[in-house]
Write a protein that binds this ligand. Structure first.
Ligand code: FAD
Ligand code: UDP
Length: 389
């Protein structure tokens, strides 16, 4: 993985592929193209590091932190695990999240414990079903992020756990967001307090960045960091372009801007071994300006006399992190997608390139599926990877 400077990249013979974005999308595709098809790839990122939003590093105190917020790996796809396991060993980790509501730290997703603690009850799962059924408001059809929650748990729990958090996170009321947003968080009447129920839940043992380093350590991949595609798009020589940045930016916002939600991260190291009981505590209350606090040592298993935490403050301006799922944005994206299909020699990939609220495993699946199409066109048979749903 030679890291080039700009004059070296400009002087290199033409690349088979220029890949913009060294996150999961770009790095997985680069690895496959180089290792399986022998292609020469230039992988470019405007940040000074690989790994995209999953990048982790040791902070000044030596605590491993995620620069862009907590990244927890979870998937139901054995093939994705099998693929990534070529580049990392794993640490078993099941994510648990507490929400601060009415002065208590309560499990989220809402479960039996949440209900019993919040209302001072001692229900069993069957009684909790009846309890929620009595509060749930039938909504037909379920269109918005509000509808999803209100139809499952009723308005009071919706207000306590979802409305404030969602308004802070997205700058929109849940009624204005697609149902897929809150459908990510289930409701349970059991005492299962795991955030995810996927069959594989774990963290890369030596961190995400180490996994990416090993993925990109292939003959045929050159790396050019700290370089914005817009600066070099006409100067670099390549046959095919794969673009994992925001699709509207590539087309110079010709149909208008696709909205992305951003975050400001406030990192802090504390001279104490622990700060909170779990990796993530959510703060749904409107009066608290941050949405959540992450304490990384729970995720990484690192032992250290200090602990590092991050508060997340959502904002409209800044790095694009989240495509905003709502019908008018999907419509605008469709126009860019149609334009992309009419544009020769460029393919869009990843969370920003395809404007999809994808988790890491889904982006890996998307990159592997694109690789499979490229390999087929090149007449090289590879085993099947399906596009994420
Ligand atoms: P990115 O990681 O965003 O990479 C795109 C890269 O393209 C960036 O490095 C960017 O600098 C580069 N780029 C863009 N434009 C240009 C340009 N013009 N020139 C050069 N480079 C450019 N997923 C999970 O599965 N589990 C989690 O717990 C989880 N937590 C998350 C928490 C937060 C706060 C966020 C924001 C996301 C989280 N995700 C999580 C989602 C995860 O980050 C994404 O699925 C994944 O990182 C997407 O990979 P990507 O390669 O598509 O995009
Ligand atoms: N959400 C909420 N309260 C919570 C947790 C989640 O309102 O305590 C909503 C919020 O709109 C959030 C969405 O559910 O954006 C999806 O949550 P998830 O944890 O999947 O979001 P992520 O941080 O992974 O993007």
């Amino acid at each position: 993985m030679p890291a080039l400077n700009l004059p070296q990249a400009l002087g290199a013979p033409a690349y088979d592929y220029l890949i913009v974005g060294a996150g999961f999308a770009g790095s997985v595709l680069a690895e496959r193209l180089a290792s399986q098809l022998g292609r020469r790839v230039l992988l470019l990122d405007r940040r000074e590091h690989i790994g995209g939003n999953a990048y982790d590093h040791l902070d000044a105190a030596g605590v491993r932190v995620h620069r862009y917020g907590p990244h927890i790996f979870h998937t139901n796809a054995p093939r994705i695990v099998e693929y990534l396991s070529r580049f990392t060993a794993w640490r078993p980790y099941e994510h648990r999240v507490l929400a601060q509501v009415d002065g208590q730290l309560l499990p989220i997703p809402i479960n039996l414990t949440t209900l019993n603690r919040l209302y001072g009850l001692a229900m069993d799962p069957a009684q909790a079903e009846v309890f929620l059924a009595a509060r749930a408001e039938p909504v037909d059809p379920i269109r918005s992020a509000e509808d999803v929650v209100v139809s499952q748990v009723g308005r009071e729990l919706y207000e306590k756990f979802f409305r404030g958090y969602t308004r802070k996170q997205w700058g929109l009321d849940p009624a204005e967001l697609d149902r897929s947003v809150t459908a990510r968080v289930p409701t349970r009447t059991s005492d299962d307090d795991r955030y995810f129920t996927d069959s594989f839940q774990m963290m890369p043992l030596h961190g995400y960045t180490r996994m990416f380093e090993r993925m990109l350590d292939q003959p045929g991949i050159d790396l050019l960091l700290g370089t914005d595609f817009r600066r070099v798009r006409h100067a670099l020589r390549y046959r095919q372009l794969v673009y994992c940045g925001p699709i509207d930016e590539y087309f110079e916002h010709c149909y208008g801007r696709l909205p992305y939600r951003s975050l400001r991260f406030e990192h802090q190291t504390l001279e104490q071994p622990w700060y909170q009981p779990v990796a993530v505590v959510n703060y749904p209350a409107a009066e608290v300006p941050w949405t959540r606090i992450t304490e990384y040592k729970h995720l990484t298993g690192q032992r250290h006399a200090c602990t590092s935490i991050t508060r997340e403050f959502p904002c409209a301006e800044g790095e694009p992190y989240y495509p905003v799922p709502r019908p008018e944005n999907a419509e605008l994206y469709r126009r860019y997608k149609a334009l992309a299909e009419r544009t020769a020699n460029v393919t869009f990939l990843g969370r920003l390139g395809t404007y999809k609220y994808y988790n890491m495993d889904q982006v890996v699946g998307q990159a592997l599926a694109l690789f499979q199409r490229i390999a087929r066109q090149a007449g090289v048979p590879v085993s099947g990877f399906d596009e994420p749903g």
